[in-house]
Design a protein around this ligand. Structure first.
Ligand SMILES: C[S@@+](CC[C@H](N)C(=O)[O-])C[C@H]1O[C@@H](n2cnc3c(N)ncnc32)[C@H](O)[C@@H]1O
Length: 293
């Protein structure tokens, strides 16, 4: 086994294609496969020879560090483009490439993450909250970010432009408004209960010069929704809270046409609303888009 491991490492060390910036997915797979050996135990027979073990550990660490450094450079250059206002095409290229690379027909769980999420995390570099969270009330759903592929999918299917205001209802750390502001012409607002998340999202928007992404702390049930032309819900709440917010959206739709995009279990509830029509096809593992009638 130690021989086999050494052969694998040698092969990876010589694989120059891994240094090409667009081999992000391949680098991610290699880093995943080396994770156990990098931080855990090596195959049993490697332990027999301390020098072999130390040498192998050193090579694994150097290989991982080299691959991470390429990813780091890639993320820094995309961040710079975003700051200069030209990040959209870079991110959209990555999103397209990732969509092509996904196995056609293979069922991908709607809430699973992939190498596109690793790229987005490196690009946005959203901080962790520095202060304790306030805690959620009953029926509020804890924070979980929308997988990046769904954000690009939603932005493409809603064709958001300068006339639009996208409001993410329960925006967490702000990934949806941030990416939508980078990749579309829309003004993007996140409304979030947890003040600590709002601060993190604001810092990220500021660091990336994203004036069109703003964040409001508050309860969606009481927030101002009057500017929104498109609303996004990644199942932020359930039960009577969801009912109350849907009634508020219905009232907004009495004055203008709005679109509502959903992901996760709340989609089934939203689909029952008589004042909404589903736009296009609705697939269980993708965001659904509804239009007010
Ligand atoms: C599943 S996460 C979605 C996060 C984000 N929209 C995304 O897709 O990446 C739900 C978020 O909604 C927030 N939330 C739940 N109830 C809320 C309410 N009534 N008002 C504001 N935010 C709420 C939670 O704190 C959490 O951050």
């Amino acid at each position: 086994m130690s021989r086999a491991l050494q052969d694998i490492i040698s092969e990876l060390e010589q694989d120059r294609s891994l240094s090409e910036p667009d081999r992000l997915r391949e680098r991610s797979e290699v880093l995943d496969s080396l994770e156990t050996w990098r931080h855990g135990s090596l195959p049993h027979d490697v332990h027999a020879e301390a020098a072999v073990e130390a040498g192998l550990r050193h090579r694994i660490e150097a290989l991982c560090a080299a691959l991470e450094s390429i990813d780091g450079q890639l993320c820094r250059s995309i961040r710079q483009d975003i700051r200069n206002g030209s990040g959209a095409h870079r991110l959209l290229e990555w999103a397209r490439a990732a969509a092509v690379g996904r196995d056609a027909g293979a069922e991908v769980r709607g809430d699973s993450y992939d190498h596109l999420d690793e790229l987005i995390s490196g690009v946005l570099q959203i901080d962790e909250p520095e202060v304790p969270l306030a805690g959620l009330a009953a029926e509020m759903v804890f924070y979980q970010p929308t997988p990046a592929r769904h954000i690009f999918d939603m932005a493409a299917r809603t064709a958001l432009d300068e006339r639009d205001v996208l409001i993410d209802l329960g925006s967490g750390l702000g990934q949806v408004p941030l990416l939508a502001a980078i990749c579309t012409g829309a003004r993007c607002i996140g409304i979030e209960w947890e003040a600590a998340y709002v601060e993190c999202a604001r810092r990220c928007a500021h660091a990336l010069n994203l004036d069109r992404a703003t964040f409001v702390q508050g309860d969606v049930r009481e927030a101002d929704l009057s500017a929104g032309t498109a609303f996004y819900l990644y199942t932020p709440f359930k039960g009577t809270m969801l009912r109350e917010v849907l009634d508020r959206l219905k009232a907004e739709a009495a004055g203008r046409e709005i679109r509502i995009c959903t992901l996760g279990p709340c989609t089934a509830t939203v689909a029952q609303e008589k004042w909404l029509q589903v736009a296009g096809s609705w697939e269980i593992h993708r965001p659904a888009v509804f239009r007010s009638a």
